[in-house]
Design a protein. Structure first.
Length: 193
């Protein structure tokens, strides 16, 4: 398991790193780059409405389905949070990334956001395998920053593009990528994740 000193090393190496990835020139924190600004505005207004009538449901995610809490954690976050204290999420990311083999030269690279989706899928599978630990697993929110900290801890080569996206050279045959799908590619109960 990681400790705060391990996370601090990654933060010293990448000062612009936060829970949701890399900050770009003072830009605001984005929890999900695949969501359009229009959808974010609708989500924000719905969140405000929900907060007004039932704050416990939003803040504690007690009534949400397991898949929604694990695969869409940004809907239940109330603030930016601090990557420096996300020990459990970073430790889960390290555990999951140990299943992956890095490659020096491959044709395809995976972004930290894509790997994050696979790790969320892995976490959801653990809820199904260990129902007695369901409540504990639901509290773990995995974001792109956790994946980057885990990759740094494991000594992976981290490639940061100009737009702030982070990429890794991974084998497409890695256990994490084969066994656990990128849930962004699927619709669940008619709702796209």
């Amino acid at each position: 398991m990681l400790d705060m000193a391990d996370i601090q090393q990654a933060l010293r190496a990448y000062p612009k790193l936060h829970r949701y990835g890399f900050a770009l020139n003072g830009s605001s924190v984005s929890t999900d780059t695949s969501v359009s600004s229009n959808a974010k505005n609708k989500q924000a207004s719905f969140r405000a409405l929900t907060k007004r009538y039932n704050p416990d449901e939003l803040l504690n995610s007690v009534y949400a389905e397991d898949w929604q809490v694990v695969l869409q954690p940004q809907q239940f976050e109330t603030g930016e949070g601090s990557l420096a204290t996300d020990i459990m999420a970073c430790s889960v990311a390290v555990h999951a990334l140990r299943q992956c083999e890095t490659r020096k030269s491959i044709n395809h690279r995976y972004s930290a956001a894509q790997i994050c989706q696979h790790i969320r899928s892995y976490l959801l599978s653990q809820i199904i395998c260990e129902p007695s630990q369901r409540h504990a697993y639901r509290q773990i929110r995995i974001f792109t920053g956790h994946v980057i900290v885990a990759a740094y801890h494991l000594g992976w080569e981290i490639q940061v593009s100009d737009d702030g996206q982070c990429y890794f050279n991974l084998s497409s045959r890695s256990g994490l990528l084969i066994r656990y799908p990128n849930m962004q590619d699927y619709d669940i109960n008619g709702w796209s994740s």
